[in-house]
Write a protein that binds this ligand. Structure first.
Ligand code: FAD
Ligand code: A2P
Length: 269
């Protein structure tokens, strides 16, 4: 009598397994998951990730994908909000745990939304660095722009740990290292401690210190393209500076000079 064999169990839909976790500060951690073969995304996009609680209720939130599109793992960089519906539990994930990953990806920090230019400025505060961790490892970024200037603003030096490591690893990477070393300028800045570079990104832009330190010409809508990812306040303040210099926001049907993504949705918004 023939026996019907149970097929190998398939992974539950929309679930991925955690393969690595690193805590950078008491409020910031990054983690990797395996990547379903069908999961595709463009550098700079975000996906919905989440956890189910013991009653099966699912909480998902938007997360920028920090890993490059060519990697066989997915990586995310996360804040810990002490009473946050998701991160109060996500902070405890360990290797081997399952998390929910919805297959749809989207986002405005897309190279296709920008006109051609000479220099690309990537301006981030806090976890707003995450989408740029992907973009600075995409060879297309360096084919489109001669220079890529990544500015990461945080309150303290330890909060720069993740971006410092990603940039150092990218410079040493056997496939993209040469490109990154030649074309990427990394400007970490802190606002609440002494450091080699201090001050808010808005101020570094407004007083011209950013470009003068890098020996670059003043921002010019004919040559410079900008991506911004931070709090609503930062996004609005930088957009106001750019509009005053005649930069135009880009979209897919009409690529422009700058694009903006919120790194998070603020309280009550
Ligand atoms: P929530 O109820 O979602 O948030 C509570 C409060 O915490 C918010 O009102 C806000 O004041 C604050 N907060 C939330 N997220 C942050 C943050 N990242 N930095 C500072 N303060 C915050 N978060 C990440 O950690 N990494 C990402 O890559 C990321 N990408 C995002 C992309 C998009 C397009 C958007 C809209 C949000 C993104 N977020 C990201 C925020 C994320 O969706 C959640 O808000 C965050 O994980 C906290 O979830 P929570 O349920 O614990 O608390
Ligand atoms: P500051 O220390 O002067 O508030 P947060 O941890 O609150 O998300 O802030 C991350 C970084 O973003 C900090 O260096 C903070 O500077 C800076 N920041 C906050 N709001 C703005 C803004 N509207 N414009 C420029 N930088 C900002």
């Amino acid at each position: 009598m023939s026996q019907i064999q149970n097929p190998t169990p398939l992974a539950a839909p929309d679930q991925v397994k955690v393969t690595a976790v690193t805590h950078w500060t008491d409020k910031l951690f990054s983690f990797q998951t395996d990547r379903p073969p069908s999961f595709r995304f463009q550098s700079g996009e975000f996906a919905m990730i989440g956890l189910a609680d013991n009653d099966g209720k699912v909480v998902t939130r938007a997360y920028s994908i920090a890993s490059p599109h060519w990697d066989d793992h997915l990586e995310f960089y996360s804040i810990i909000v002490p009473d946050g519906p998701l991160t109060a539990r996500l902070r405890h994930i360990q290797i081997g745990d399952d998390i929910i990953l919805r297959p749809k990806t989207t986002g405005t920090l897309n190279l296709a939304r920008l006109r051609d230019g000479k220099r690309l400025y990537l301006l981030a505060t806090g976890t707003g660095f995450a989408p740029f961790a992907s973009l600075i490892r995409d060879p297309k970024t360096y084919e489109r722009f001669e220079k890529v200037i990544l500015v990461h603003g945080c309150r303290t030096i330890t909060e720069l740990g993740y971006s410092q490591k990603i940039v150092a690893d990218s410079r040493a990477h056997p496939l993209i290292g040469e490109m990154v070393t030649a074309q990427l300028h990394y400007v970490p800045s802190v606002t609440r401690e002494n450091f080699t570079q201090t001050g808010r990104i808005t101020k570094l832009l407004a007083d011209g210190k950013l470009v003068s330190t890098l020996v670059l010409p003043p921002l010019d809508a004919d040559y410079d393209r900008i991506m911004i990812c931070g709090s609503i306040g930062l996004n609005q303040d930088i957009a106001a500076q750019l509009l005053a210099k005649n930069f135009q926001e880009g979209n897919l049907s009409s690529p422009g000079d700058y694009v903006i993504e919120r790194a998070f949705v603020g309280n009550g918004i």
